[in-house]
Design a protein around this ligand. Sequence first.
Ligand code: ADP
Ligand code: ADP
Length: 228
Amino acid sequence: MIEMQEVYMTYPNGVVALNGIDVKIGQGEFVYIVGPSGAGKSTFTKLLIREELPTNGAVTVNNKNITELKWKEVPYFRRNIGVVYQDFRLLPKLTVYENIAFAMEVIEETPKNIRKRVMSVLEQVGLKNKARFIPDELSGGEQQRVAIARAIVNRPSILIADEPTGNLDPETSWEIMQILEEINASGTTILMATHSKEIVNTIKKRVIAVEDGTIVRDEHRGEYGYEI
Ligand code: ADP
Ligand code: ADP
């Protein structure tokens, strides 16, 4: 369902971020992407959501080579992928409810569907009682749960999480991992870039290690493999 073939990515300033990536990830997998800072992890995820185009190679998502998408097809393609970031990226002036509903409004869901589905994902992330709060009134862990709810509200087949626990304390990080595991258990493919040795070595999943733009390790139930 996700495949990269001979993928190279050189930024306009000449930095080689990916240097020949070949990988296949099946529907429903949970994959950690690990590696030192600057290894190419973010670039890898940006190619999967067509935020960047590779210099060379094919990026196939759900049987479509997305490097060939026309500009106007990109928003439709992105509906099928949810993204969560380290810094949450919520809209600060909107309530929790509105932040999540907004993702459904842009795809023109009916108000009735929106109400039902937003309450359902709020329940899933344990924030039903905070629907009317604004992000500033929430803890970091709660804000990340809102971001996750927003990312899955349109039922994407893939969820990309770029260091989702990077700004959270250990206890909150485990809560976030539990939610991600539940989402994965319902069939959503999860790709999670992380620097958390504790998480990777405790909740065992496939580990893809990237260094200098290439995959140096790809193991089922792998280890983090770095000291920090
Ligand atoms: P990671 O997520 O593993 O830290 P990145 O994919 O962000 O790695 O970066 C890979 C390399 O590409 C680094 O050398 C980084 O400095 C460079 N890079 C990332 N984004 C850009 C950009 N927009 N323009 C130029 N170079 C970039
Ligand atoms: P992260 O690795 O936490 O995802 P970024 O992707 O923002 O962080 O940045 C990773 C590296 O890429 C950093 O070293 C940053 O300086 C570099 N970088 C990001 N954007 C650019 C850019 N537009 N031009 C040059 N370097 C960049």
